[in-house]
Design a binder for this molecule. Structure first.
Ligand code: IMP
Length: 225
């Protein structure tokens, strides 16, 4: 049995990851940061979704565990990818989703190009000595160098990325979802993400795509169905 640690304390995230990976293999067990006794906060100071996800997965990896993490956000074309890695704190520290939505509506007020995409990156960080071999063809060399330097020990990192393209509306629509969902219009469905149910959103979302690629990665590394 391999122990993999999700760099999160969010019980829902942990349950979801357990359920999703149980479909792939019986040979892994998912632990949380609480399970390994890590009590600190993680400073997400990377300059890309990949770096931020790697930074999070490095917390367990630095303690000798195989680490898993994700990072996601909204990238608006005309804003050169902003809010991007700052999506959660676009309007400032300790703000609400509404604050962020209002700021983005305001910033794009006079803008006709409303193209944007949601991005979700998931990483698997494997430190030397964890008893797991990450095949060369899945290793992200650049990210592994970044992680090794940061952790002060050899860490190999694999990353998967899911994206979903849409447009930013001029008003909010729908009650479901979270974050920027009410302003993110997904043309093929003719709805915002906040007007979709979970299943509908997962089938087309950045997170759905990343999760599906991550399952393949886990299958490659740990075997499975
Ligand atoms: P993370 O928790 O560091 O990945 O930050 C994610 C932030 O990006 C959230 O706080 C949201 O603002 C935004 N975000 C990511 N995925 C979604 C989504 O599916 N819908 C709406 N907002 C999202």
């Amino acid at each position: 049995m391999y122990k993999l640690v999700l760099a999160s304390r969010n019980k829902n995230k942990i349950r979801e990851l357990r359920e999703m990976l149980a479909e792939v293999t019986d040979s892994i067990e998912i632990l949380s940061l609480d399970d390994i006794g890590y009590e600190g906060d993680i400073e997400e100071d990377g300059s890309s979704y990949e770096e931020n996800s790697a930074i999070k997965s490095l917390v367990p990896a630095s303690m000798g565990y195989v680490g898993i993490a994700d990072d996601s956000g909204l990238s608006v074309d005309v804003l050169d990818g902003a809010p991007g890695v700052y999506s959660a704190r676009y309007a400032g520290e300790h703000v609400t989703y509404t604050d962020n939505n209002e700021k983005l509506l305001k910033v794009l007020e006079n803008e006709d190009n409303r193209a944007a995409k949601f991005v979700c990156v998931m990483t698997l960080a494997v430190p030397d000595g964890a008893g797991v071999d990450l095949p060369c063809d899945v290793v992200d060399e650049e990210l592994s160098r970044f992680a090794t330097e940061r952790a002060g020990r050899r860490v190999k990192v694999a990353a998967v990325r899911g994206e979903c393209a849409g447009t930013i509306l001029r008003e909010l629509r729908g009650e479901g979802g979270f974050g920027y969902d009410p302003m993110f219009y997904f043309e093929p469905a003719g709805k915002t993400f906040a007007e979709m149910d979970h299943e509908e959103k997962n089938a087309v979302s950045h997170r759905g795509e990343a999760v599906s690629k991550f399952k393949s990665l886990i299958r490659t590394v740990f075997g499975g169905k």
